[in-house]
Design a protein around this ligand. Sequence first.
Ligand code: NAD
Length: 354
Amino acid sequence: MRFLVTGGAGFIGSAVCRHLAVNPEHFVLNVDKLTYAGNLASLKSIQDFPNYCFVKADIRDGERISALLRRYDINIVMHLAAESHVDRSIDGPEAFIETNIVGTFRLLKAARGYFESLSGGQREHFRFHHISTDEVYGDLPFDSGMFTEDSPYTPSSPYSASKAASDHLVRAWGETYGLPVVLSNCSNNYGPFHFPEKLIPLVTLNGLAELSLPVYGKGENVRDWLFVEDHAAALEKVAMGGKIGESYNIGGNEERQNIQVVKTICALLDEKHPRANGESYSELIEMVSDRPGHDRRYAIDASKIKRDLGWEPSINFEDGLSKTIDWYLQNEWWWGPIRERSGYERLGVLKGKN
Ligand code: NAD
């Protein structure tokens, strides 16, 4: 298959490109604008592969996208490009509207034009896969319930509202114009190459730098965690085998309170990289005032993708977290320059949230 992956220099997009490109039967075109969150260093392991290609472009540039779709004979668009950080969406929602809503609209328009230009045989193989989040479903009570594909959309933040809008646009292009679309909504990802503003890398790297480990509110908010490479494998299954017009929830069935996640990271760091003063990293935890509109709990019922597409996570949260921390300990070449550049630990918006 010939894939166009938008946002392939980001955290999940780069995992998708690495996952697809090791299969020589696939061709992968990575289209990314390289915002602050895009990093070509995450693609070092595949950058010289003959079946991988990177083009710097903005998804809002419809003409450019149309030309790329034609030039590279694309069969499957996997759309991951987005502004993705909730805290940034609260401080500056405009970029989220521009990329997540307007950008998705322009991409759909380009994909529709391209799809309609294909012959009957080529059309059969074409798919537009929109990658989205469980945050579109809003907030769950602490003690019960899970999001299914039929849960109503009640987004709380500008980020989740913009992703909800893009999901609706994708469905509309399927219903109205017959574009063969498929969607997936996933829980919080973690793993290697995660930008250091998100909870797990932020806490890990702040700990190593002897800085405070900020946790929102009482740290009771619950998220379901999935290892990013498991997400990439699920996305390939949805893109290749998902039923047109359907959506698939993807999750790890690994619910944890934020404070539990932070304490587990501290325990792993205590074991793998003890502090010079002999104290536990947990001494650095600092509770900070809560984010406005902070959803209490997200939990995903991923039974549909397991049943219909045979996907299951391959690694549990504690093992995945241990692997992730090992990766950060061994790969300062990747995260060191990002810390230097952004001074992220000083920014008020970056208080550790995925
Ligand atoms: P990320 O912020 O790490 O990466 C986003 C990428 O998109 C970056 O490389 C950036 O340069 C690129 N980009 C941004 N605006 C662009 C534009 N206008 N044109 C082209 N490229 C542009 O995000 P991520 O965490 O990898 O998330 C990827 C997708 O998965 C997003 O759509 C997000 O909503 C969704 N998602 C993320 C999670 C998670 O836990 N991170 C969970 C579920 C769904």
